[in-house]
Design a binder for this molecule. Structure first.
Ligand SMILES: [Zn+2]
Length: 444
């Protein structure tokens, strides 16, 4: 009898394990708002972290700030048997590169790599920014605390490293502080180029830029809402791919959009109290962020940020004007909210880094038939595959079917015209790859 009970228990735990991973709940619990508050406070205390600010002082300017960030990553690494490779990645930007670069400057990123056990050359990245600014983008001496923009994202990346360094993952995770954001996205550009040069296979970048404000200029106060920005299709797509899209679909199914949907789904599953909002655009209207240079290089990348912004607290000289307190100061950051968005990042990093590689090729067929057929290339480490589909007007993958360890499947009774389809690889641990939209069409 006891034997059967044990068997049943194993069976049940296997079943639930394929549904959710209890480690991810522990990860959420272990993210600390107190440590995030300490780190944001430390970052604001450097006075200014403007990209062109002083680099020699031990207490003020971007030099002191990046040395402190590097030392934090090194401290975390000491606590996990040197599990992080910590280094500076830098590029010299010459005066006049644009009108915000008023003198030659080294744009220095701080990188920490937690190497994957199975796929060390595959990387999922979480980024925040080191640099800050005031009203005049070339003013590199005035106090620019940049508490929300973007010490919040930077502190989130450091805290995610603290929490996730206690675990092993199959793919590598990078925690990075990027610099030069406010001067023209230079840090992201530099790291994306470095990644290409190193031959890194980037699964995606979760760029965090302003994850601490809950009280919007629109009057809405919410510690649940947050936005996930993603561009529709990569700017690097070929003319041939563009033409194919016209006939076979995919206008809203680029690689960054799939990453955005992955984050949406994982959040809904593990943090159902949160309200992720998919925004179908690269970034805010006419504004920029550090995921863009990665998109420019052909990598998947999204921006995670608060839903309700307050413009009197961004890029402002600290001052009182008409009874309004301008400035991006510590008092406006909600650390419980920054903790939640950090946890959103952490569970997605963990899940993507625990999943097998996505199938490289996914083919679709079924023209003028009553069923749709999918074929895909098998990927190393996958123990099964899951087909997803949705109405053409739906933003999220609403239907799915696990089909086991095979490489083709026919969905009977589902007409190809009326839905979009995708395939994910599933690992023995239940984690799923990012969904792949069909990249080939077959007729038979
Ligand atoms: Zn900014």
């Amino acid at each position: 009898m006891k034997k059967y009970a044990t068997l049943l228990l194993i069976l049940l735990s296997t079943l639930t394990y394929s549904q959710s991973d209890s480690r991810l709940y522990d990860i959420i619990d272990n993210v600390s708002s107190k440590r995030i508050k300490n780190d944001v406070t430390t970052l604001t205390n450097f006075g200014t972290r403007h990209t062109l600010s002083d680099t020699t002082s031990a207490t003020r300017g971007i030099g002191a700030a990046r040395r402190w960030i590097k030392s934090e990553f090194e401290k975390i690494s000491e606590g996990c048997n040197n599990c992080l490779e910590v280094f500076y990645q830098k590029d010299l930007i010459k005066e006049g590169e644009n009108d915000r670069i008023v003198h030659d400057v080294w744009v220095v990123n701080v990188v920490a790599i937690q190497r994957g056990t199975k796929y060390p050359n595959k990387f999922i990245i979480m980024s925040g920014d080191i640099d800050s600014r005031v009203s005049d983008p070339t003013d590199f001496t005035s106090d620019a605390p940049g508490a929300n923009d973007n010490a919040s994202g930077m502190a989130g990346a450091i805290e995610a490293a603290r929490v996730l360094s206690k675990y092993n993952f199959e793919s590598s995770i990078i925690y990075v502080g990027l610099s030069g954001e406010e001067q023209g996205l230079f840090g992201g550009k530099g790291l994306a180029a470095y990644a290409k040069q190193q031959g890194w296979e980037i699964l995606g970048i979760l760029n965090n830029d302003m994850i601490g404000n809950i009280s919007g200029v629109d009057g809405v106060v919410s510690n649940r809402d947050f936005r996930i920005f993603s561009e529709p299709v990569p700017p690097t797509e070929t003319e041939q791919q563009r033409k194919a899209r016209r006939f076979y679909g995919g206008e809203v199914d680029g690689i960054s959009r799939q990453l955005a949907r992955y984050v949406y789904k994982t959040t809904k599953m593990y943090m159902p109290e949160m309200n992720p909002i998919l925004i179908y655009r690269l970034d805010r209207f006419g504004r920029g962020g550090h995921h863009r240079p990665f998109n420019d290089a052909g990598f998947a990348g999204i921006r995670i940020m608060e839903a309700h912004e307050n413009y009197t607290q961004q890029h402002q000289d600290i001052r009182m004007e008409n009874g309004i307190a301008y400035g991006d100061v510590l008092e406006h950051v909600n650390f419980e909210y920054a903790k939640k968005l950090t946890a959103v990042n952490a569970i997605n990093l963990a899940s993507i880094a625990s999943a097998p590689p996505a199938p490289e090729e996914v083919q679709i067929g079924g023209i003028v038939q009553a069923s749709v057929k999918l074929k895909w290339s098998k990927s190393e480490g996958a123990t099964g595959y899951k087909i997803y589909w949705r109405d053409t007007t739906s933003p999220t993958w609403d239907h799915s079917r696990y089909v086991g360890d095979i490489n083709s499947f026919t969905l009977d009774g589902i007409v190809i015209d009326n839905s979009f389809f995708g395939v994910a690889a599933v690992g023995a641990n239940g984690h799923e790859s990012i969904i792949v939209f069909p990249n080939r069409v077959f007729r038979e």
